[in-house]
Every structure is written in C-alpha cells, then in structure tokens.
Ligand binder design. Sequence first.
Ligand SMILES: *Cc1c(COP(=O)(O)O)cnc(C)c1O
Length: 394
Amino acid sequence: MERPRVGELAPPDRLLMGPGPSEVHPRVLQAMSTPLVGHLDPAFIDIMDDVQDLLRYTFRTDNQWTIPVSGTGSASMEAAIGNLTEPGDTVLVPGNGYFGERMAAMVERAGGDPVFVEAPWGEPLDPTDVADAFAEHQPDLFGFVHAETSTGAKQPQVSELTRIAHQHDALVIADTVTSLGGVELRVDEWGIDVAYAGPQKCLSCPPGASPLTLNDRAMAKILDRETPVRSWYLDLSLLQEYWGDERAYHHTAPITNVYALREALRLVAEEGIENRWQRHRRMAGALKAGVEGMGMALNPADDWWLPSLNAVRLPDGVDDDAVIAHLLGEYGIEVAGGLGDLSGEILRIGCMGHSARRGNVLTLIAALGDALEAQDAAVDVEAGLAATRETLRG
Ligand SMILES: *Cc1c(COP(=O)(O)O)cnc(C)c1O
C-alpha cells in the first residue's frame, strides 16, 4: 500500500449555530492542549473531584453519583437507560420528538418494553396524558426530553410530571442534553431521579465526556439488579469503583475531554448558572425577535419555546436545503433542517453556550435574511434586523 499523502489539518472557519456542537470557548481549547497525566494520578483524582463538584452545581443537585461518562451524549443516555432498565421493565417514553424514539430503541436493547405517551412533534407532553399512560401501563421508569433538539420544544411543568411518576413508584430519567447550562434546570427541586446531558450543546465543550447524575434511589435500583447490565463499558456498578471512593481502574478516562469539561464548567460557575440561563434567554430572544420581525414565526408556542434551539418555520415554497447551503457556503454559518414530522418545514438554529453572543445573533439574522431573499421569500430583512438590534439594546 502506498504511503498516503495527507495535507495539514485545515477545517474551514465556521460559526456553529446549529443543533450542536456549538462554539468552543478559547479557554476550553487551551485546556485541551494541557499535557496529560495518568487517569489514576493523584493530580487527576483532584481534577475528577473538581468536575464532579462543578457538575453538581450546574445540574443543581446534591447527588453523590454525578460523573462524566466517557463518550458523547448518547453514551450518558445509554448509561442511564441501560443501567436502570431491567429485562421485562416497562418504560414510558415520549412520542413528541426524535430523541424519545432513541430512548425507546435503547430500552429495547436493554430488554425492556417501551410504551409511548404521545404528543405532536413540536409540543410538550401534557401531564394529563402522562397520568393516563401511568394508569394504563404502570411503567417502572419514565423518560422525558427536557429540551427536544429535534423540535425546539421545551418540556414545562417538569415537577408535575415527576410527581405523577413518583405516585406510581417509578423513577424519572430526564434528557437534559440541550438544556444543561443553557436553560433553567433544577434536578433536585424538580424531583428528577436521573439526568443525562452532553458537553457540546450549551456547555460549549467538544464532545467526549458527558454529564450524568443519579440520586440514591436510582443507584439502589442499579445495585439491586438481578441480571448484570448488558454493557460492560457503561455498567455503573463497575464505574462507581472509579468515580466513587476507591478510584480503581475500570477504563482509561478520556483525560483531555475531562480537562475540557472542567474548564467549560468553570466558565459556567464564573458566569453564575442563573446569569447563564438569562443570557441564553436574552440572546435567543433577540434571534426570535429578528425572525418574527422578518415576518416568520417559531414553530413552538411561546410557553414552550426553547432558547437554546430555535425552530424557525420556513415561509411556503422555501427550500430548507438551499437556505442551509447558502448560509454555509456564503457565510460559513452552520444551521440545520427539521427532522421527522418537521422535515422540510423548519430550520433549527442553535443559540448555545459560547455561540449565544450578541455579534453571532446579529450576524445570523443578517445572513439568514440574505439567504431567504436569495430564495425569493417574502421576508422583511430590514425589519428583522431592526427588531434584533432593538432587543439587544434593551
Ligand atoms: C444531541 C442530543 C443527544 C445525543 O447526543 P450525542 O452527543 O449526539 O450523542 C441526545 N438527546 C438530545 C436531546 C440531544 O440534543
């Protein structure tokens, strides 16, 4: 075989305003070029402790079992679902978006039986429907998606949902991948038993080590399992020996990603979690004002608008792929189209973490206006820009 001639690494300069990854803060990139220590080095044990403390702060939890799982958000998701689902368990999952379907697929792999509580794509679950589903199926677990990245809908009334589940002695698993660090989330106060997240959405950290938190009740179910977890790699009863008091080898932690997550979480703590939620609301609010000023609308109603992921309804006759290609080709801006039931109908514009800044929002609105005009869409770009500028000033 010939020696491959591969040029220098030169990815194009992009502004990441899609459903993730988001822009990474320079301090996080710098942390990733820090020399490695071993994953059992006393210095690394201190770093692990820091990450766990910072994760508890960001999740708003006192849970002892709060760790970064090696892998992307789907790894922390499968750790949650695969450990808590025992063969034969019934698991209630949401039918209102793409990630509920992924939950169901993971439940099946774990030997459980998923049952859906339905709501239209783009709308949240209705607590009445959840209560009815509990009465009908008596599930052992209930999973819901707090911030549905596929539809831009936020699940309100979380405490209401967890109350229903707990009345039926079920544990609650929350997908907080696109809310952690960007949208109000209070794990303990809201009664969430297990929450998983990803680093590359509102934490603005490269993918690779993904937050997970479990309360004692959830951990007790895992430690009492009759059959071992089907994944050795994600088995929390084994992983607790590394992340718990023993600090014994299980697998080599992705050290560089743990450094990155530590720095990204340090930025969260410096800003203050509530200030950070507010910044996301303000920046995404300016984006939303611009979209509405141009004469378009967001897909979700204001009551369940998700600031970290803005689902913009495209005017009739506008081709989403052409708009996406124009933004990428002419401006180097990444956004995404709709999935599933919303395919072809919406653009998904992220406003996450370090991407959620004034200059990015204004640039996005100007470039989006240009892309829509290139498609002969009937939009008022000037009015959109004026609305964004006014909101940013306010
Ligand atoms: C991105 C995402 C995931 C999966 O995370 P990956 O890092 O892509 O594995 C799961 N749930 C939601 C809501 C997401 O947005």
